[in-house]
Ligand binder design. Structure first.
Ligand code: ATP
Ligand code: MG
Ligand code: MG
Length: 408
């Protein structure tokens, strides 16, 4: 691996040489966080060359990629220069310069998924409008740009009212809940005011949150991973149970909603569809990620083809792999920073040490340069012969008696 400057390099994948291994195409990834790192791990197994664009010198993917270009995925010139190195360009984060991606596509650069998809998804209000126009069920929502418009939304949707930033949201940053009309102005202020773009959603008192990873090949065919349940803590994904414990008809419904949503978007790759299951058995779309996702980490150990390998297969035009589970059950636990600095590292290390003694447990440590509270630092996946056994093993790992999702 070498950190590279920005001089153009001939795209190695676009020559007439015979193919050695699975492909000659060089994959460029915007972003080098944990998702980029796990994409590089899958690429390494198949001998696929990965180049990464990330501003952080020691980002998680930097130690595993073929080449790391240190630079911003939000700067048009940097992204354009980077694209010239790649046979196909993809993302591990949606908050990238999508306008430049659209220009690059016009110049013949192969972006997967397409710039249009990134543009729709990176603005959550635009995303909701898009899916609503396409007939996908979702919670009621409304754009708000003044105090009187948000008060009106509160009257229409009632309280609690979910207020969301349109852009740059992740891990619940960008979401705030107003419990009554009096809280509206402070909630709006906490999200930086109306200037940056806000919208509201009707509160959904879901019984479960579900997720479906959908892979789409370059020819448009789709394949879905088994439905999983995601359990959030303070708006951050914390535990994923695979498969989800819901009736078959709910699995079918969730898969249908997810597949239909992804069919409305352009381009190849894996997509995650976050869903709410309501008391009256409706499945509503929360949001879509145009890339591998936290709710698919377990696929590395639990499925025949991981979401990371699947993403590479999809964007490279290779046949899609089998998404089904090779173990009866899996559970994924996110290692979130519990404290800043050394104190946080010590706590995480204690957890990892215990995990190494649990049967079927695999430890993933992202090697992020800084430990911060609530930051995703790594994850642990436990696979086993039954749902009961993986839950019991997680209890042991977390040193608690009875599995209780509320307490994770
Ligand atoms: P991510 O890290 O998944 O990108 P995000 O910051 O984009 O998260 P959302 O997915 O919009 O945030 O919301 C985070 C969590 O907040 C959801 O998983 C869910 O638990 C809760 N939530 C979101 N919208 C609603 C809603 N309308 N009603 C009730 N709870 C909600
Ligand atoms: Mg999101
Ligand atoms: Mg989300």
């Amino acid at each position: 691996r070498a950190s590279a400057s920005m001089q153009p390099v001939p795209p190695e994948g676009q020559n007439d040489l015979p193919v050695h291994g699975v492909t000659n195409t060089v994959v460029g990834v915007l972003g080098g966080g944990q998702l980029g790192k796990m994409l590089c791990q899958a690429a390494s197994q198949m001998g696929v060359k990965m180049v990464i664009l990330d501003p952080l010198e020691n980002c998680p993917a930097s130690s595993l990629c073929h080449e790391h270009v240190v630079g911003s995925f939000n700067d048009g010139d940097t992204v354009s220069g980077f694209a010239k190195r790649c046979g196909v360009l993809t993302v591990e984060i949606e908050h990238v310069d999508a306008v430049t991606l659209a220009k690059l596509e016009k110049q013949g650069i192969d972006c997967e998924p397409k710039a249009s998809t990134i543009m729709i998804i990176q603005d959550k209000y635009r995303q909701k409008t898009h899916f609503s126009n396409f007939g996908i069920p979702l919670p009621d929502f409304m754009e708000v740009d003044t105090l009187s418009s948000i008060e009106k939304a509160g009257e229409m949707f009632g309280y609690p009212l979910m207020v969301k930033s349109k852009r740059l949201a992740y891990d619940g940053r960008g979401n705030a809940v107003a419990h009554d009309e009096k809280e509206l102005s402070s909630v709006v202020a906490s999200l930086g005011g109306f200037e940056h773009g806000l919208y509201v959603e009707r509160w959904t008192s879901f019984v479960k949150e579900l997720s479906v990873i959908v892979a789409r090949s370059r020819d448009g065919s789709t394949i879905c991973y088994p439905v999983v349940e995601t359990i959030h803590k303070d708006n951050i994904c914390h535990v994923v149970e695979a498969p989800a414990e819901v009736p078959d008809k709910i699995k079918k419904l969730a898969t249908n909603v997810a597949e239909k949503a992804i069919k409305s978007l352009e381009g190849a790759g894996v997509f995650a569809v976050e869903l709410f299951l309501t008391q009256d058995d409706q499945v509503l779309l929360n949001e879509v990620a145009p890339r591998p996702h936290n709710s698919g980490h377990h696929t590395i150990e639990a499925c025949y083809t991981s979401q990371y390998e699947q993403h590479l297969r999809a964007i490279l035009g290779l046949p899609l792999g089998d998404p089904s589970m090779k173990a009866p059950a899996a559970i994924m636990y996110n290692i979130l920073g519990e404290d800043e600095g050394e104190a946080g590292f010590t706590l995480a290390h204690q957890l990892i040490e215990r995990a190494l003694g649990i049967p079927g447990a695999s430890v993933h440590w992202y090697a992020k340069p800084e430990m911060r509270k609530q930051r995703k630092m790594g994850h642990i996946t436990i696979v086993g012969p039954s749902k009961f056994s993986v839950k019991a093993r997680l209890d042991k790992l977390l040193q608690r008696d009875v599995y209780d999702p509320e307490k994770v």
